[in-house]
Design a protein around this ligand. Sequence first.
Ligand code: S3P
Length: 191
Amino acid sequence: MLRLPQRDLRCYECALRLSCCVNAGDNAIALIGFMGAGKSAVGRELSRRTGWPRYDTDEMIREQFGISIPDIFARHGELAFRDAETTLLKTLQRGLGGIVVTGGGIVLREENVRLLRRMGRIIWLDADEEILWQRASRHSTRPLLQTPDPRARFAELLRERVPLYQTATDYRINTSSSSIAEVTDEIIALL
Ligand code: S3P
């Protein structure tokens, strides 16, 4: 059973701005999944409903660099972004619990999955490929889709990553025909 973490407590050890941390153990829920799965929206709703703090790795990395994610990729390269993800997860280990919303590529490093697992339960938000694409292509801000054929790239990345999500997750939720509120209900029922 997950314990309700205290709100608004801050970890002053954090190297990163904004980083009130997530505790190791069973205090956290991590949302993983491909672009368009609804991780950010569900994370916000879950935080609103439970009162748990929310740590969105993309938001925190954007804040840390002071520029957008496409600009991080363009100016510093994907490796710098991936390193920032791992560093952030290590920092979040030392805190108090909450909801960790991750970017779609967090599962690319086994180390990240180990770090998430130590924090608590990992939930994979999934959906049918066409639905993921419709949602993800509404905003043209995803750096990995800035290619001549973004649809083909999307399919290729999804194919590569599905086995990684499968291996990482404790629980899979298909969000294809569910509202944000319904997905949140399903997660809350697990707590
Ligand atoms: C990425 C997904 C993005 C963001 C970055 C890389 C990926 O997050 O972390 O652009 O590798 O799939 P979302 O999953 O929220 O789109």
